[in-house]
Design a protein around this ligand. Structure first.
Ligand SMILES: [Zn+2]
Ligand SMILES: [Zn+2]
Length: 248
């Protein structure tokens, strides 16, 4: 941080001591903020990470005594089109609250504090990937008008910025207005988002590896439908990254 900005921040912190946006506690030296976020360390330590064993493809947490990751039954029966869908956290507790506040409470500033967790996982997880393009799962224009922003784009911006990746939020479009997936059963989820996406700029995808970003993955159906559209447009591989993964 340049010295001038550092001084200004220190001065402002003195007059308006920073509070954690999740628990509203003042952040002092004992409750120092997690690097790159505005959250206090107590809130961050309550976030439940996805740990091994999890599915090697969809990252759903698995039960068992062994630590080794392996393919889950659902992925073995019906292999997703995407290569892998990673997430730093399980969708529960304060991380679920944070996503809820970002999406429905319109607290868009939270993306700045949530993005670093995704970026930090992406840095260790994505080892290849020259020429990788980051794309958010798009909202339908009707939903975008209602909400005013796409939370996945806000997160994708943070990830692309931290990893210095190209960001493309125009080529993949949602062409059907769909019900929120969370409210539906397993079977309806698939029908709901089936063929809901299209790629409008096929030449952008051809031969490229795509990093698809969303806030939450439940069954992974939405991610898979996006991946189908991207692969049909000539993408070479699709990796997915969400902030949280629902434990089914
Ligand atoms: Zn806190
Ligand atoms: Zn799986």
């Amino acid at each position: 941080m340049p010295q001038k900005v550092g001084f200004k921040k220190a001065f402002l912190d003195l007059i308006f001591p920073p509070r954690c946006p999740l628990c509203d506690r003042f952040i002092d030296s004992k409750l120092s903020s997690y690097e790159g976020t505005d959250f206090c360390s107590e809130c961050v330590s309550s976030f439940k990470p996805v740990t091994s064993p999890h599915c090697t493809v969809c990252w759903v947490p698995m039960k068992g005594n062994i630590d080794e990751n392996h393919l889950c039954g659902a992925c073995a029966d019906n292999r997703p089109v995407y290569k892998e869908a990673a997430a730093p956290f399980i969708y529960e507790g304060l991380i679920a609250d944070a996503i809820h506040q970002l999406k429905y409470g319109k607290k868009t500033h939270l993306a700045k504090s949530l993005g670093p967790f995704m970026a930090s996982l992406a840095k260790t997880w994505i080892t290849c990937k020259g020429g990788l393009i980051t794309m958010p799962v798009p909202l339908h224009s009707k939903r975008l008008r209602e909400r005013g922003f796409n939370q996945s784009l806000l997160l994708a911006r943070q990830v692309a910025g931290a990893l210095n990746l190209e960001l493309d939020y125009l080529s993949l479009r949602r062409i059907r207005h769909t019900s929120p997936q969370m409210a539906l059963g397993m079977k309806e989820r698939h029908e709901n988002v089936k063929e809901a996406f299209e790629v409008v700029a096929r030449e952008k995808c051809k031969g490229r590896i795509i990093l698809l970003i969303d806030d939450v993955a439940t069954t992974g159906t939405t991610l898979n439908e996006c991946a189908k559209a991207l692969m049909a447009a000539g993408a070479s591989e699709v990796f997915c990254l969400t902030l949280a993964k629902a434990a089914l």
